[in-house]
Design a protein around this ligand. Structure first.
Ligand SMILES: NC(=O)c1ccc[n+]([C@@H]2O[C@H](COP(=O)([O-])OP(=O)(O)OC[C@H]3O[C@@H](n4cnc5c(N)ncnc54)[C@H](OP(=O)(O)O)[C@@H]3O)[C@@H](O)[C@H]2O)c1
Length: 355
């Protein structure tokens, strides 16, 4: 007689069948979009994108064969959206409130749920640690100004437009720094790429300084989960699950490369004196004290309660490196962020030779 593991179906509730949704992505072809599409298709949903047809994805290209593509312009041509119905919209491509007003006007009668991709930069101040969704947001004196200089405040106004149009059907997602395959800004990518080159790596400030980011795939999966669950509300989307430090991040990335690497932690005042820029050159790092002290200490409790999950850092680092290796050589030779190698060497030499 065989051994029974008790895996009978008697008395078991059948899992609820997922209803396939028709999802419109305003955008969809740059960084976050291709990951949202891949995950949504795998869940059985149908996807339409709306873009100008200019941006070519560098990741998940194969999924676009299964996507309906509408062409227009958020600025002045929304004809392709008229008279169409979807279950949900994901709005990735707007910062200006006017753009959101125009699309919500057209779509609010024909769509159930509207997910607006905002940003954690909406907050009025970043001095406090543990900022939550209920903390105040930035404001502009002129809400009609269309200048990315006011990115945070314009995103906050766009959130309001979404809430006003969709009420309890509005989902607002505020990601931290989005990282992983397909990132066009090269910010977090700097660390896996630099560490994989080996040698002495300049590391910023104190090793215990907190670090935060969100893996693009975790964000994409969370977006689709919120839509499936019709989980209206505002969410700070940031990982990892519990506080971790710059040292844990950099040593965690080192664990996925095979070169010999050492880190030299350089005092933050010394970095400032030598014009090393936080965030742009020392990516994903903000100095302690001052106006951005809390930028790496956001509270993620609400999103985690709503089902946000996190890949291990090693997976994020490895997949970023694998994707980076697929880019053309000249693209890789001219990264848009991170510390230039010559400057890194110059600063390290100066640091070692200080009195
Ligand atoms: N990267 C980060 O770390 C970060 C952090 C927080 C929040 N966010 C937010 O995350 C969102 C996701 O960005 P993503 O670029 O990854 O999204 P995406 O959906 O992958 O791509 C953006 C899309 O917008 C389209 N687009 C741009 N201008 C347009 C226009 N005038 N009319 C119609 N379509 C237009 C582009 O296609 P065409 O060029 O072909 O039109 C592209 O498909 C953004 O809202 C950003 O503010 C990003």
């Amino acid at each position: 007689m065989g051994i029974s593991l008790g895996l009978t179906h008697v008395g078991r509730a059948e899992p609820k069948k997922l209803k396939p949704l028709r999802i419109l992505i305003l955008g969809g072809t740059a960084f976050l979009g291709p990951h949202q599409i891949k995950h949504a298709l795998a869940r059985g949903h149908k996807i339409t994108t709306f873009t100008r047809g200019q941006t070519e994805p560098t990741v998940n290209r194969e999924v676009f064969e299964r996507v309906e593509s509408l062409i227009g312009d958020r600025n002045d041509n929304l004809d392709a959206l008229e008279g169409r119905k979807w279950d949900a919209v994901i709005d990735n491509s707007a910062t200006y409130p006017r753009w959101v007003k125009q699309t919500t006007d057209i779509l609010k009668e024909n769509v159930d749920t509207y997910l607006f991709t905002s940003t954690l930069s909406v907050h009025a101040s970043f001095e406090k640690k543990g900022l939550t969704e209920d903390d105040p947001v930035a404001i502009t004196e002129d809400p009609t100004v269309e200048d990315m200089k006011y990115y945070g405040a314009l995103k906050a106004l766009s959130e309001d437009v979404t809430r006003k149009a969709f009420g309890k059907r509005a989902i607002i997602v505020r990601p931290h720094l989005i990282v992983g395959p397909g990132d066009r800004t090269d910010r977090w990518t700097y660390w896996p790429v630099r560490i994989s080159e080996g040698g002495e790596v300049l590391a910023p400030g104190h090793p215990d300084r907190p670090a935060q980011y969100i893996d693009v795939k975790d964000l994409a999966e969370f977006n689709i989960r919120l839509i499936e669950n019709r989980a209206a509300g505002t969410y700070s989307v940031v990982g990892p699950i519990s506080p971790f430090s710059m040292a844990e991040m950099l040593y965690g990335i080192r664990a996925v490369v095979s070169n010999s690497v050492s880190f030299t932690w350089v005092d933050q005042d010394f970095l400032m004196e030598n014009d090393v820029a936080p965030w742009r050159e020392m990516t994903a790092w903000m100095p302690s004290g001052g106006k951005r002290d809390g930028f790496s200490s956001f509270n993620n409790f609400r999103a985690v309660s709503a089902g946000l999950t996190f890949r291990p850092l090693a997976e994020t680092a490895r997949s970023t490196l694998d994707w980076w290796a697929t880019l053309p050589k000249d693209r890789r030779a001219t990264p848009k962020a991170g510390l230039a190698r010559k400057k890194e060497k110059r600063v390290l030499d100066k640091w070692h030779n200080r009195r």
